[in-house]
Write a protein that binds this ligand. Sequence first.
Ligand code: UDX
Length: 427
Amino acid sequence: MNILVVGTGYVGTTTGLIFAEHGHKVTGVDIDENKIVNLQAGKLHFYEKGLEELLNKHLQQNNITFTTHIEQCIGDHDVIYICVGTPQKEDGSANLRYLEEVARSIGKYMNGYKTIVTKSTVPVGTAEKVTKWIEEEQVTLYEFDVVSNPEFLREGSALHDALNPDRIVVGALTKRAFEQMRSLFGKVTCPYVETTPRAAELIKYAANSFLALKISYINELARLCDQLNINVKDVAMGMGLDKRIGSQFLGAGIGYGGSCFPKDVNALLNTGHVNAVPLTILKSAVEVNQTQPFYVLKKMEHVLGNWIGKTVAVLGLSFKAGTDDMRESPSLIVIDYLLKQGVHVKVHDPVVRWSSDKVLQFQSIEETIADSDAVLICTDWNQYKEFSWGAVKTLMKEPIIFDGRNCLDQEELQNLAVVYHGVACQL
Ligand code: UDX
């Protein structure tokens, strides 16, 4: 099939490449000329393991091509995937401006039946809006279907997730659209959910919000564990072995960040508000997440005493390991707070290059922790898990490590006589 992917950001580029991998011919289109020139030259504008190799493979095999001219390619494609951004507005709702522009262009330039699929995370009812925008622009009334096929991939493991999905969700209203989508996903063997566009749209928000909720739940339990002298990791393990609960997303720490969870949870809260259904559990999950970095910071302040003028080495800037994405990263909250408190901050990240005139970034972990009063781990990068922590005793004034991701080997640190503070994970 010929597939047009509109929007070559993180989701669009990955989606396009996976379709190319499944044997389809793909065109990626974007208004950002710089992005398109780079992609056509085999260069990705973001970091994601394995994706650049896949891009070069499919460019060479002519399975994927990139352009800035949406008007020229709508006619040649049977399926159009919309993968443009839906940034958050001030009230928490999603901004659908880019989506509307694309829908109107499709309406204007379509020349026959099209299956138009929204992959971007969009509020319930958006498929109906897309239909209306297309209809308003149509000169000839060609038939078309608007389908919702939400994306569930995680940054850092996007390729693996996209090639091995837990499920595929397809929301449509006509037999023709369902058939078209089934032939598109012909080779996939995972569970396949067919539903309405509205339900598909909600599934995405409901899934992300539930995961956010799970994290906030364990983070709140971690606070209780601290009081009761219980290791939260044991609690998470004991809970997670119950198949109805599951062990993932029960990792306590400084809280969730990223481009999806905070935005999607806010958007769902907004949908609840607009429909007069207050989503109180979700609201509490947000509160826990907003306070969690400060929970860790307060503990740090308590241990360090008067910390004005002291130096903290912050290890990890990205919102999680495996990505260079700093959007809504807890590290930003932590650094901002430390600076406001008069604490000096040195930072390290294996991938992110951050320009800030207030903090110094170092190339190596050793340089970052040298002469600092405490280390605070904000991202669970393997480099930190595998670091020879024995070095802190000679490099630091006092070897104190705060592990905001509960990712280090405590026993090893204890044997090294390093002072270790995880998030409620005392041995
Ligand atoms: C998420 C969803 O997992 C994905 O399905 C959706 O399509 C997009 O949003 P992503 O934002 O890439 O993916 O990151 P994810 O791996 O889900 O982690 C989100 C945040 O939660 C990170 O900051 C991570 O460190 C944190 N987290 C995760 C925890 O604090 N504890 C955990 O146990 C798991």
